[in-house]
Design a protein around this ligand. Structure first.
Ligand SMILES: Cc1cc2nc3c(=O)[nH]c(=O)nc-3n(C[C@H](O)[C@H](O)[C@H](O)COP(=O)(O)O)c2cc1C
Length: 371
């Protein structure tokens, strides 16, 4: 059982912010993650938090390609009413295509549309989209201008702090976002070259927030109630956006919401923790997902969740990750739960603080993206 004796003092922190004509409460956001934050994962997080997540965002949606953007064969655009407030994130390098896509997507009635200026992968950033826009702020300006002009709902922007350490330009990005009518800026405190390595620079996020006239949400390395509250206390941000931490601890949003009410993070039993895989699988079965695809997603969640769940029991984690079918995966969970001794293992979902899976001082600033 998770034991947190100290009740975190949250009396002085912000718990909501305005986006368009609605209030985002609590001020926590599930970060968009391609290959992760599809409807089943988003619904899982919403349900486990008892609907206490401020915003959900889709996986990013490409606007590039040969033919005109249309809603056909775009399963990334699907969302459920219970996911609201919900935004769809788009990426691309062509201002007209971005604007057209935004206009078409608006017909699905999401609550906002987000422009991605943060994706570091070469096939996006290298072609001038995603974080590539941070090296071409004129293009970013035009994209924001055209997207804004094509929609009625709020436009938001997600960016990194810059391309590399010598080109930190997030203050300029903020100025452009404000000038072009973005209603929210989420700043991931890494550079593009950093990829997902090292730590997010929260001082730069904080400085951006302090200069802003629009809400600035901070993102990077929020993995626990403590880190979330710490960031909200230390920096003048409107809220926090949580990515990989949600895979380690999908209850995190609910725990943060309870901290706002002065309660310590609630405990999660092993049985309860492992039961979420059935729930997740159930959501997946409502989508057009193959058995193999679903197995991949179960393992993706297990890989991170079990690091906190069973720090002493790597074999169980390994047994899940080597399952060959969803049936085998669930049989192995059932076997584990039948074993009384294994149930003595503790669940420390907040234990893991380094998302790269290494101890803080072991961090290797390993693979980075090249220019
Ligand atoms: C697997 C994966 C996929 C991601 N896909 C997206 C994406 O589609 N759009 C986006 O803006 N950021 C994406 N990100 C970045 C996250 O939203 C977030 O900015 C980053 O992981 C830092 O937050 P964290 O430290 O809380 O994970 C992705 C990150 C991961 C790990």
């Amino acid at each position: 059982m998770l034991k947190v004796d100290t009740i975190l003092d949250t009396s002085s922190i912000k718990r909501s912010f305005a986006l368009g004509n609605f209030s985002v409460f609590p001020n926590t956001i599930l970060s968009p993650m391609a290959g992760v934050t599809d409807p089943p994962f988003r619904r899982l997080c919403r349900e486990l938090s008892k609907n206490r997540i401020g915003l959900l965002v889709s996986e990013f949606v490409s606007t590039d390609g040969g033919s005109e953007f249309s809603l056909k064969n775009r399963k990334e655009l699907k969302f459920y009413p219970e996911e609201r407030p919900f935004g769809i994130q788009i990426f691309g390098r062509d201002p007209d295509r971005m604007a057209r896509a935004a206009q078409v997507i608006e017909s699905l009635e999401p609550d906002f549309i987000e422009v991605n200026a943060g994706c570091p992968v070469p096939k996006v950033a290298g072609k001038g989209g995603g974080a590539g826009l941070l090296r071409d702020l004129d293009r970013l300006t035009l994209i924001l201008r055209k997207v804004k002009a094509s929609i009625q709902i709020p436009m938001t922007l997600k960016c990194r702090i810059g391309w590399d350490e010598s080109q930190i330009n997030v203050f300029e990005t903020l100025r452009i976002a404000e000038g072009e009518g973005a209603e929210l800026l989420t700043v991931h405190g890494r550079t593009r070259v950093q990829g997902y390595n090292g730590f997010a620079n929260w001082d730069i996020i904080g400085e951006t927030a302090s200069r802003a006239h629009i809400p600035v949400v901070g993102n990077g390395d929020v993995v626990s109630v403590e880190t979330a509250i710490e960031k909200l206390k230390m920096y003048p941000i409107a809220g926090v956006s949580i990515g990989r931490g949600a895979l380690h601890n999908p209850w995190l949003f609910g725990q943060i919401a309870e901290a706002f009410e002065g309660k310590p993070p609630f405990e999660i039993s092993i049985r309860e923790a492992l039961s979420i895989f059935e729930k997740y699988f159930g959501f997946m079965m409502q989508e057009d997902l193959s058995s193999l695809g679903a197995l991949g997603r179960l393992k993706q969640l297990a890989a991170r969740l079990c690091k906190g769940l069973f720090p002493e029991n790597l074999l169980f984690r390994q047994s899940l990750l080597t399952s060959e079918t969803p049936e085998m995966f669930f049989e192995r969970i059932a076997l584990f739960l039948d074993d009384k001794e294994s149930l003595n293992t503790s669940f420390y979902p907040d234990r893991l603080v380094n998302l790269n899976g290494k101890k803080e001082n072991d961090i290797v600033f390993g693979r980075q993206f090249k220019g």
